[in-house]
Design a protein around this ligand. Structure first.
Ligand code: RB5
Length: 151
C-alpha cells in the first residue's frame, strides 16, 4: 500500500499520478489529501501521510508540494520517516537502494507529470540493498534518537 499526499500546489500533480499511474496500474493507494486546490499547508499533509506509514497502514509515502522541499522537511520530522526530495531518476532509485527511504517528495513546480511518474515508479519498485548501507541508515536513526554517532 502506498499513501500519496500534497498541499494545494501539488494537488493537480497528485491527482494526475493517481489517475495515470495508480489507477491504470491497479496499484492500491490511500489519498491522504488535500482534496481541492484550496490552500492547504504542506506540513499537514506530510504528517498525515507519514503517520500512516509509521502506523503500518502504508509502506511508503509519495509527497508533493510546490518545490518538494517544504513537504520533505516536514516529513523528516516524523520519527521513523526517511524522506528524500528527488527531481531526478538516479536519486529516486538510489535513495531506495542506499538510504531505504520510505517517503519520496518532489515539486509540482519543478517536475512534469511524465518525470514524476518515472520517479514514483522507480521508487516503489526498487528494494533496499542493505549491507554497508544498513549500517549508515542505522546511524541516521540513532541521530533521530538523540545519540551521538561520531567519535
Ligand atoms: C506553496 O506556495 C509552496 O510554498 C509549497 O508548496 C512548497 O513549495 C514549500 O516548500
Amino acid at each position: 500500500m502506498v499513501v500519496i499526499a500534497s498541499d494545494h500546489a501539488g494537488f493537480p500533480l497528485k491527482e494526475e499520478i493517481i489517475e495515470t499511474y495508480f489507477k491504470k496500474n491497479g496499484i492500491e493507494y490511500i489519498d491522504a489529501g488535500c482534496y481541492s486546490p484550496e490552500r492547504y499547508d504542506y506540513a499537514l499533509s506530510a504528517q498525515k501521510a507519514c503517520d500512516m506509514v509509521i502506523a503500518g497502514k502504508a509502506d511508503k509515502a509519495i509527497l508533493v508540494c510546490g518545490t518538494g522541499v517544504g513537504i520533505s522537511m516536514a516529513a523528516n520530522k516524523v520519527k521513523g520517516i526517511r524522506a528524500a526530495c528527488c527531481s531526478d531518476y538516479f536519486s529516486a532509485k538510489y535513495t531506495r537502494l542506499h538510504n531505504d527511504a520510505n517517503a519520496l517528495c518532489f515539486g509540482a513546480r519543478v517536475v512534469g507529470a511524465g518525470l514524476a511518474i518515472e520517479l514514483v515508479d522507480v521508487f516503489l519498485n526498487t528494494e533496499f540493498e542493505g549491507g554497508r548501507h544498513a549500517t549508515r541508515v542505522d546511524q541516521i536513526m540513532r541521530i533521530e534518537k538523540g545519540e551521538k554517532v561520531y567519535e
